[in-house]
Design a protein around this ligand. Structure first.
Ligand code: PMP
Length: 434
C-alpha cells in the first residue's frame, strides 16, 4: 500500500497516532516533512531543496544516500538482514576490529554493540560501577545522554527528565561554558567546581565521570583546553573511570580527529558511540579498555539488534569513506570558513551574542543585549523559521531556546558556505525588518 505524501494527511496521521511526548519534540511551527536526501541536501514533500546543516540529527555522517553506503547496505540486506550476536558473522567481527583500531594505541580495546546511544550509555554506566565497585557518578550540567531510564538520570538539559525515580548516586558539576557558564570563562574555576562536587556531594569513591567533549543538545558547548585532562586526573584520583560520550562529536565532526577527545590529550576508559556510526542505520557501541569491559564478564549481555550486520556493513563503509574522501580535513577546512562567515554575521547583527564551535559543530547564540546576555528565545524562534524559508535545516537548542545549532554531514562543501551564510543573513535581516 503506497504511503501518502499529502502534507495535511501526514500531519493528521501523526497527530492522531503518535503519543504526545513524541510529537512534542518538533522544532518548526509547521512540521518539516523530509522526502529524499542526497549528499548534504534534503528535499521536502513539495520538492523544495534544503541544505541539511543537521545531518538529520547527526545521523547522516558522510552524506545522504552515499553510493558506497547504499551499495554496502544493499549487498548485506540481500544476503542476510539479521542474525544477532548469538550467531557468528564476519561483518560485525570486522567492524569491531576496525573500530577498536581507531582508538588510541597502546591500549587493548574491545567493543560491545548496542541498538542505540542511550543503551550504550546505560551499559557504560553499569560497566563503570561494576568495574570500580563504586556507585557515585558525575555528569555535567547541560548534558544530554539519552532517553532510557539510566541515560535520563545523567542528562541535565532542557525538558528530557520525566517525573519518575531516576538513577541514584549521580551528581552534576557546572559545565565550563565559556560564554555564559556559572563561573565565567576559563578552565580552572570549573575544575575547582568539580573538586567541590567530589568533596561535598560524593562518597569520595567514584565510579566515574561522563562527559561530552562538545555538549550537543546543550547548544554546542566545547570543553575548554585543559578541562578534560584536569577532570580525568581528579576523577581517577578518586578511583573513577572516564567515560566519553562521542555520540555527537565523534566520527570527525570537529575536524580534528576521528574522536574529539584526541584533541584534548586524554585517553578515556570507555567511549560511547552512536548516531553517525551507521550513516543513519540504527546502531550504538561501547568501546572500552579490555580490563574495564571485563567487569561485564560472567553474565549475559544481549541486545537483539546490536551488531546487526546491515548496520555494521554501513558502519564499516563509513570509516572507509571518511578516510578515502578526507572528510575530517573537509570538516576542518569548510568548518573554518563556515565559522568565519558566522563571525561576519556577528559583526553585522547585534542580536548575535556568541558564535562558537570547531569544524562542523557550530552554534550561534542569540541575546537581546550583548552586555547582559539576556537570551532571545522568541527572536531565535523567528530566525529559525526564516532559515527554513531560505533553504536551511538546522536545530534550535539550549535551555533558553536561544541557540542555533549546526552539525552538517561531513561532506558539506566549500561551495555551500556562501549560500548558508546568505540564508542566515537574510533570516537575520527578516528579523530586523519585522
Ligand atoms: N549521547 C548524546 C550526546 C546524544 O546526543 C544522544 C542522542 N541525541 C544520545 C547519547 C542518545 O542516543 P540515542 O538517541 O541513539 O539513544
Amino acid at each position: 500500500v503506497p504511503v501518502t505524501w499529502s502534507t495535511e494527511e501526514i500531519i493528521a496521521k501523526r497527530n492522531r497516532y503518535y503519543a504526545a511526548s513524541q510529537r512534542a519534540f518538533v522544532p518548526y511551527e509547521k512540521p518539516l516533512i523530509i522526502r529524499r536526501g542526497q549528499g548534504q541536501y534534503v528535499w521536502d514533500e513539495l520538492g523544495n531543496r534544503l541544505i541539511d546543516l543537521l545531518g538529520m540529527n547527526l545521523c547522516i555522517s558522510v552524506g545522504h544516500a552515499h553510493p558506497r553506503i547504499v551499495a554496502a547496505v544493499k549487498a548485506q540486506v540481500e544476503e542476510l538482514t539479521h542474525c544477532t550476536t548469538m550467531f557468528y558473522h564476519p561483518v560485525p567481527a570486522h567492524f569491531a576490529e576496525e573500530l577498536a583500531r581507531t582508538m588510541p594505541a597502546g591500549h587493548d580495546w574491545v567493543v560491545h554493540f548496542t541498538n542505540s546511544g542511550a543503551e550504550a550509555i546505560d551499559l557504560a554506566l553499569m560497566m563503570a560501577r561494576i568495574a570500580t565497585g563504586n556507585q557515585d557518578l558525575i555528569a555535567l550540567r547541560n548534558s544530554y545522554h539519552g532517553a532510557t531510564y539510566g541515560a535520563q538520570g545523567v542528562t541535565g538539559v532542557m525538558n528530557f527528565r520525566h517525573n519518575t525515580g531516576q538513577l541514584s548516586n549521580i551528581t552534576f558539576t557546572a559545565e565550563p561554558n565559556q560564554y555564559r557558564g556559572a563561573f565565567g570563562s576559563g578552565t580552572q574555576p570549573y575544575l575547582d567546581d568539580l573538586d567541590r562536587v567530589i568533596r561535598h556531594t560524593t562518597s569520595g569513591q567514584l565510579a566515574g565521570l561522563l562527559i561530552e567533549p562538545v555538549q550537543g543538545y546543550g547548544g554546542i558547548v566545547p570543553m575548554p583546553e585543559g578541562y578534560m585532562k584536569g577532570a580525568f586526573e581528579r576523577v581517577r584520583a578518586h578511583g573513577g573511570l572516564c567515560i566519553v560520550d562521542e555520540v555527537q562529536s565523534g566520527f570527525g565532526k570537529t575536524g580534528d580527529a576521528m574522536w574529539c577527545f584526541d584533541a584534548h590529550d586524554v585517553v578515556p576508559d570507555i567511549v560511547v558511540l552512536a548516531k553517525g556510526i551507521g550513516n543513519g542505520l540504527p546502531l550504538g557501541a561501547v568501546v572500552a579498555k579490555r580490563d574495564v569491559a571485563k567487569a561485564m564478564d560472567g553474565k549475559f549481555l544481549f541486545h537483539t539488534y546490536g551488531a546487526n550486520p546491515v548496520a555494521c556493513a554501513a558502519g564499516r563503509e563509513v570509516l572507509r569513506v571518511i578516510e578515502d574522501e578526507k572528510l575530517i580535513e573537509n570538516a576542518r577546512d569548510v568548518g573554518a570558513r563556515l565559522h568565519e562567515g558566522l563571525m561576519d554575521l556577528k559583526a553585522r547583527f547585534s542580536i548575535i551574542g556568541d558564535v562558537r564551535g570547531r569544524g562542523f559543530m557550530q552554534a550561534v547564540e542569540l541575546v537581546r543585549d550583548r552586555g547582559t546576555k539576556e537570551p532571545a528565545p522568541e527572536e531565535t524562534a523567528y530566525v529559525f523559521e526564516r532559515t527554513r524559508v531560505h533553504g536551511l535545516v538546522l536545530s534550535k537548542s539550549g535551555n533558553d531556546k536561544n541557540i542555533l545549532r549546526m552539525v552538517p554531514p561531513l561532506c558539506l562543501a566549500m561551495e555551500d558556505v556562501e549560500p548558508v551564510i546568505d540564508a542566515f543573513a537574510q533570516s537575520f535581516a527578516d528579523l530586523a525588518a519585522r
